[in-house]
Design a protein around this ligand. Structure first.
Ligand SMILES: Cc1ncc(C[n+]2csc(CCOP(=O)(O)OP(=O)(O)O)c2C)c(N)n1
Length: 372
């Protein structure tokens, strides 16, 4: 259901007509490898959670082309205000797997120093990837504010703001899109319509004709794209980024895709997703679809997926071992990074905590004791 026609580049057989992806062979292979890396990271995270090594993860299977296609349209001067299901965006831009793993373990090398949940990545370099927000939609006005600030400063960076179909029901969606529409902020809104918001199907999420059409109310053009077609997502995002950089304002992209796994490691999708629907989307898996395209350009052959996936797996496993062996954040990080000068009452609390640690030691996980 959508008021707009779905934009596609790739046929099921990998044909792309005379479409110019604007990427070298190496660039295309980088997109492919990134999708497989997302898959390897995802598969490993699930095992780490099931074996009790980490507390939580968020499945990405099925939506890799949306993430990687959109990320590939950005430059490193741009900003990403991500959804929690966007592993492919930092990976595409060169964030190291081990740095993502440090967050999954919440250790001392995690950029958030263990203060965030697993999967809530934040990176400054090589791209500005703003900390994921658990509360749905709160990052939409934040991203618009950042985009507006860039415009006021005369910078030509844009903000990609990514969220799910459920995110469109948040207050932040309304205030963010309204502001961006009025002020022509350099923002690109990426609504990843993956069928469900946890167990809520899209039919119950909105009574409107899809999600892209909602842009009209804010004076923002909407576009619908096949989210499992990496080149199509890349193309529409490039056009939206170009508009934003040229001062022509925001675009609302709706990428049609499907979450092939559960909502999170705490979910059982077999309770609410019909088997036939999963089978239907298995046929549209973005990875084989892109492989067919690469093969048509002589860049892929049978067996390459297995070889590359094994390589990605080896890198992810090593990263997990390194992250697990890294120390937890030290106690003083509870008191740092908030105030430039720590106020006396906070300093006193810190000193009491350090004293307790010295006298009684740290509480070990699982011993049932808390030193207070
Ligand atoms: C304000 C708020 N309400 C409810 C939740 C609980 N919650 C977490 S994820 C989620 C579903 C969001 O779905 P969607 O935006 O479609 O993203 P998807 O998980 O499908 O990628 C909900 C309701 C929350 N985190 N924040």
């Amino acid at each position: 259901m959508s008021a707009y026609e779905e934009f596609k580049v790739l046929g099921a057989d990998g044909s792309a007509g005379d479409h110019d992806p604007g990427l070298s062979d190496e660039g295309l292979l980088h997109c492919y490898r990134t999708m497989l890396m997302v898959r390897a990271f995802d598969d490993t995270a699930m095992k780490l959670q099931r074996s009790g090594r980490i507390g939580f993860s968020i499945p990405n299977r099925g939506i890799e082309a949306t993430q990687v296609g959109a990320a590939s349209a950005l430059e490193t001067k741009d900003w990403i205000f991500p959804s929690y299901r966007d592993f492919g965006m930092p990976l595409y831009h060169g964030v190291k797997v081990v740095d993502m793993m440090h967050n999954m373990f919440g250790n001392a090398l995690d950029t958030a120093k263990g203060r965030q949940m697993p999967v809530h990545f934040s990176f400054e370099d090589p791209i500005r990837f703003i900390s994921i927000s658990s509360p749905i939609g709160t990052h939409i006005p934040q991203g618009v504010g950042a985009a507006h600030a860039m415009k006021m400063r005369g910078e030509d960076s844009v903000a990609l703001i990514s969220f799910g179909d459920g995110g469109t029901s948040s207050l932040g969606f309304h205030s963010g899109l309204n502001f961006a529409g009025v002020w022509k902020s350099p923002a690109v809104f990426l609504c990843q319509n993956n069928g469900y918001a946890i167990s809520m199907p899209i039919e119950k999420q909105t009574a409107s004709d899809g999600f892209a059409v909602k842009g009209e109310a804010y004076g923002i053009p909407g576009v619908v794209v096949d989210g499992n077609d990496l080149l199509a997502v890349r193309q529409v995002t490039r056009e939206a980024v170009e508009r934003a950089r040229a001062g022509e304002g925001p675009t609302l992209i709706e990428a049609l895709t499907f979450r092939m796994g559960g909502h999170s490691t705490s979910d059982d999708p077999t309770r609410y997703v019909p088997e036939e629907l999963v089978a239907e989307w298995e046929e549209k898996d973005p990875v084989p679809r892109f492989e067919a395209y690469l093969a048509s350009r002589g860049l892929w052959k049978e067996g390459d997926r297995e070889t590359l996936y094994e390589e990605c797996m080896a890198e992810v496993k090593e990263a997990a071992d390194v992250a697990q062996a890294t120390d937890a954040p030290s106690l003083e990080t509870i008191f740092s990074d908030v105030y430039e000068e720590v106020p006396d009452h906070i300093r006193a609390q810190g000193e009491a905590a350090f004293d307790l640690l010295r006298r009684k030691g740290d509480a070990a996980a699982g011993d049932g004791a808390f030193p207070l």
